[in-house]
Design a protein around this ligand. Structure first.
Ligand SMILES: NC(=O)c1ccc[n+]([C@@H]2O[C@H](COP(=O)([O-])OP(=O)(O)OC[C@H]3O[C@@H](n4cnc5c(N)ncnc54)[C@H](OP(=O)(O)O)[C@@H]3O)[C@@H](O)[C@H]2O)c1
Length: 267
């Protein structure tokens, strides 16, 4: 059941008006509407709120009505958050905490390709600048979000910090090779999640810090590499599943790496 519309903060980005149309399908499946997963109220924040999956997550969280404030952050939001600018991350974390208890934070940013870089097919294509960019956006930036947001999570009650990782970051599951920068930076991200979760559990035993593989999702990040025959989900479908997955995880599962259906993935 949908609760009354809650306030959405700082989610306007040029060219896009938030909120979008209500997501009846998403909201109907979400226990963030007040089920056991989260205490009602508090703040939800999405980092990368203008990305393909991040925007769908922001809409679905907002449509759920389960939080008092929904903070959508990106390089174009006001205030802006740039993963390569620690001060902007720190300011965003402080802003979120000033609005209420942070009950949910999802980092939905990432880079696989750009005009200046494309995934490597072979060792000879490894480029230090592309490696540095991949690590800055996929690993260091999310680690800095952990650094500033995890201490702000409420001391009591459930809260969830999740980063979107990628199954190709799994070392145990790597059978195809290639994509060195993306794979290695996501593997580093997974290690940050695991390590931060151990530290978090000492102070906030009800809080979770997890890595989620969203599956192959139709976004700008994946579109150049979509192969026919591959099951590709729409961003709204993926967002619904990710939120249901997060709700279903218990504190004992903090520090894990899961796909969007909640299946544990190998490191
Ligand atoms: N799509 C898939 O099939 C798939 C599969 C596995 C994992 N994932 C993971 O899912 C996550 C979301 O991907 P997506 O498919 O939604 O990609 P996307 O549509 O390209 O979104 C990526 C987001 O990252 C943001 N970003 C990049 N650099 C940033 C920086 N320095 N500071 C702040 N934000 C920055 C982008 O913001 P700007 O608009 O400012 O560039 C954009 O909002 C990523 O971690 C990706 O690795 C996706």
């Amino acid at each position: 059941m949908l609760a009354a519309r809650r306030e959405v903060t700082h989610v306007e980005t040029p060219g896009r008006v938030w909120p979008g149309p209500p997501l009846a399908r998403a909201a109907g499946n979400l226990a963030v509407t007040g089920g056991a997963g989260f205490p009602r109220g508090g703040v939800a924040m999405v980092v990368g709120a203008d990305g393909g999956i991040g925007s769908a997550l922001t809409r679905a969280i907002q449509a759920s009505g389960g939080f008092d404030r929904v903070l959508g952050l990106s390089r174009r939001s006001q205030p802006s958050l740039d993963l390569e600018d620690e001060r902007s991350i720190e300011a965003a974390a402080r802003l979120a905490a000033s609005l209420g208890d942070i009950r949910l934070c999802i980092v939905a940013t990432g880079v696989l390709h750009s005009e200046a870089m494309r995934p490597e097919k072979a060792l000879r294509e490894i480029d230090p600048a592309a490696l540095a960019k991949s690590f800055a956006v996929n690993a260091t930036g999310p680690a800095l979000v952990m650094k500033h947001v995890l201490p702000m999570l409420p001391r009591e009650g459930r809260s969830v910090f999740a980063v979107l990782s990628a199954k190709v970051g799994s070392i145990g599951d790597n059978r195809l090779g290639g994509w060195y920068a993306y794979r290695a930076s996501k593997a580093a991200l997974n290690q940050f999640v695991r390590t931060a979760a151990i530290e978090l559990a000492r102070r906030k035993p009800e809080a979770l810090c997890v890595a989620i593989h969203p599956g192959t999702v139709d976004t700008g990040l994946s579109s150049p590499f979509a192969r026919s025959g591959l099951a590709i989900a729409g961003p709204d479908t993926a967002a619904t599943a990710i939120l249901a997955c997060l709700e279903g995880l218990s504190p004992g599962e903090s520090g894990g790496f899961f796909d969007r259906s909640g299946e544990r993935l190998p490191w």
